[in-house]
Design a protein around this ligand. Structure first.
Ligand code: 13P
Length: 255
């Protein structure tokens, strides 16, 4: 295991929170707090917040991401957003396959794969989310499920493209619940994702892929989670809406 081969990435996922004006204010508050980070700092924000967020983050080490992207380049897809609409605004990252998209908006492993391919084609860095439900965990399917979701999401992604992919292991039972995975569970889940990548691309390639943990990560538990060998940063929901808490997590990943 060579953790030093991988860049830690701390990404906030704001979900359906903050207006453009609120986004600007929060980023202004965060900028001085995270400026010395020794990890990648990303904020994935609602589509309409993107112009304000890109403007506010200009000249800082904060990169802006979106929370979803459609798989077609254009066309009759009411309410959807294409990858080149995002890149034109200065977006660098995009969350794909979040469990909330899978649960509430009919996202499947196939559409997650298509969205990942479209993002990569456009030069976006996808943050591909995978994770088991509590029921799947209790039935003993965590490893099978994580390997399947990881491989499905990366179908037809070349080894070259994989350099721009981040995987986020987010156990569904830990998201927004305050029930965080233990550092050992996070490390194990991330390890299953890495093993799936090793099976598809070889162990050397798998060693270089950034795999985040997400699910109730906060200022108090981040240190222990990100110190695990397989945990290369985090995807943060609730705690990314508070500048001080988010900056503590960034500092934990910068050690
Ligand atoms: P919470 O940090 O609020 O549990 O959310 C995690 C998440 O879903 C990040 O994508």
């Amino acid at each position: 295991m060579k953790k030093e081969l991988r860049k830690a990435v701390i990404a906030g996922n704001w979900k359906m929170n903050k207006t453009p004006a609120e986004a600007k204010a929060l980023i202004e508050e965060m900028k001085p707090l995270v400026k010395d980070a020794d990890c990648e700092v990303v904020l994935c924000v609602p589509f309409v917040d993107i112009p304000a967020a890109v403007e506010a983050a200009k000249g800082s080490n904060i990169k802006i991401g979106a929370e979803n992207v459609h798989f077609k380049a254009s066309g009759a897809y009411t309410g959807e957003i294409a990858a080149n609409m995002l890149t034109e605004l200065g977006v660098e990252y995009v969350v794909i396959g979040h469990s909330e998209r899978r649960q509430y908006f009919g996202e499947t492993d196939q559409t997650v794969n298509l969205r990942t391919l479209a993002a990569l084609e456009a030069g976006l860095k996808p943050i591909v989310c995978v994770g088991e439900t509590l029921e799947q965990r209790e039935l003993g399917y965590t490893e099978t499920l994580l390997k399947f979701q990881t491989k499905m999401a990366l179908t037809n992604v070349t080894a070259e493209q994989l350099k721009n992919v981040i995987v986020a292991y987010e156990p569904v039972w830990a998201i927004g619940t305050g029930v965080v995975a233990t550092p050992e569970q996070a490390d194990e889940g991330n390890g299953f994702c890495r093993a799936a990548i090793a099976e598809a691309y070889g162990a050397d390639v798998a060693e270089t892929v950034t795999i985040q943990y997400g699910g109730s990560m906060n200022a108090k538990n981040a240190d222990e989670l990100v110190s695990k060998i397989n945990v290369d940063g985090g995807l943060i929901g609730g705690a990314s809406l508070k500048a001080e808490d988010f900056s503590v997590i960034v500092k934990a990943a910068s050690k």
